[in-house]
Design a protein. Structure first.
Length: 369
């Protein structure tokens, strides 16, 4: 049988308390146990910031390497272009005055082919040297930053500028290479032929070609100007005809709007009153306005009186025969069941006039907007 022993119980409680105190001391001294929620959040944020910084540094390193790579490749392309330009100057510019040039001038197709190469726009050696200097100036801060192990961000405009200069250098190198290849082929083909020579130098032949092309270009420009002038005249004539047709149509509509037949059908809406119809879905109500004015075309349209249907005719009839309107008003039944054939024909004609002549009637002041 279990017997409660106070002394043993007290010793057990003291032991538990002692262990709790001991564990608390261990946590304080060695950082054991779960960290506070605030501390965990701070650690997570620090880790996130560290990861972001790592990615930023990686991107800066990548941009540094890319900028230097662009500059290095551009430098090679510029050097190649300068070398090719030197070859052109040494081997092919003398053709303008020497014997081989006269041989080429005797062959019209080869002369035109070589002329196209001479006339092609390419950067000179001075321009290429200037481009290389600009490129070196642009890449210098990047080289220094990489040498100093700097991780400062590179301005986007610097890399974009290097991209453009590298593209230009590559293009010029290709142009000069192809020019030399083309001129070499022309010279080779010339020496393979009949060895005929021209009485004029290649330079003189080029001048004639340039004058001929300028004349052709001028003639083409003149023809294009004539064509554009003809198009413009045709356009103006069409616009004039359209304007005249519109003016004629408007004059006809204006004349009809002021005719006796229109006034016979729509005269009740021309009267200046202080009542205007209002409402929607065919429910006709009346609104008193401050100034006397003709009936509003927009109100007639909104209430459904201009809808091409029997219901539209009924609404128009209810407005035109309404007792609230002082004379003049239409004097025939309101509802369709009580209309004579003459009444319905009259209403259809009135509705057609309102739809077709409405804007003109507003312009003439016979209806309100």
């Amino acid at each position: 049988m279990f017997r409660f022993r106070p002394f043993s119980f007290i010793m057990f409680v003291l032991m538990v308390i002692g262990l709790a105190i001991f564990w608390s001391v261990l946590q304080q001294q060695f950082g054991l146990g779960p960290a506070p929620a605030g501390s965990r959040r701070a650690d997570q944020e620090a880790a996130r910031q560290a990861e972001l910084e790592k990615k930023r540094v990686e991107f800066v390193r990548f941009e540094q390497d890319r900028g230097i790579s662009l500059a290095d490749q551009a430098s090679k392309d510029i050097e190649r272009a300068i070398n090719e330009a030197g070859i052109w100057q040494k081997d092919f510019v003398p053709l303008l005055e020497n014997f081989d040039g006269r041989m080429i001038a005797a062959n019209a197709p080869l002369t035109e082919q070589l002329f196209s190469l001479f006339d092609e726009p390419r950067m000179s050696v001075d321009d290429l040297t200037k481009l290389r200097t600009e490129m070196e100036e642009a890449v210098r801060p990047i080289r220094e930053a990489k040498g100093n192990n700097s991780t400062d961000a590179i301005e986007k405009s610097v890399v974009e500028s290097l991209e453009k200069m590298a593209a230009r250098a590559s293009k010029e190198a290709v142009l000069w290479i192809k020019a030399n290849e083309g001129a070499t082929a022309v010279l080779r083909e010339t020496k393979r032929g009949n060895q005929e020579t021209s009485d004029e130098t290649l330079k003189k032949a080029f001048e004639k070609l340039r004058d001929q092309r300028a004349l052709v270009e001028l003639q083409e420009k003149q023809e294009e100007n004539k064509r554009q002038q003809a198009i413009q005249k045709k356009k103006e004539a069409m616009e004039k005809a359209a304007a005249e047709a519109k003016a004629e149509e408007e004059a006809k509509l204006k004349e009809e709007a002021n005719s006796d037949e229109v006034r016979q059908h729509l005269g009740i809406f021309f009267e200046r009153r202080t009542l205007q119809p209002r409402g929607t879905a065919g429910v006709v109500k009346w609104e008193r306005v401050i100034d006397s004015q003709p009936t509003s075309l927009e109100r007639l349209r909104n209430i459904g009186a201009l809808h091409d249907s029997l219901q539209g005719l009924v609404i128009l009839s209810r407005i035109g025969t309404r007792r609230e309107l002082p004379q003049p008003r239409w004097m025939f039944p309101t509802e369709a069941a009580n209309w004579s054939e003459e009444n319905q024909t009259f209403l259809k004609k009135a509705q057609e006039m309102l739809n077709r002549l409405g804007p003109t009637l507003v312009k003439e002041g016979l209806l309100s907007p």
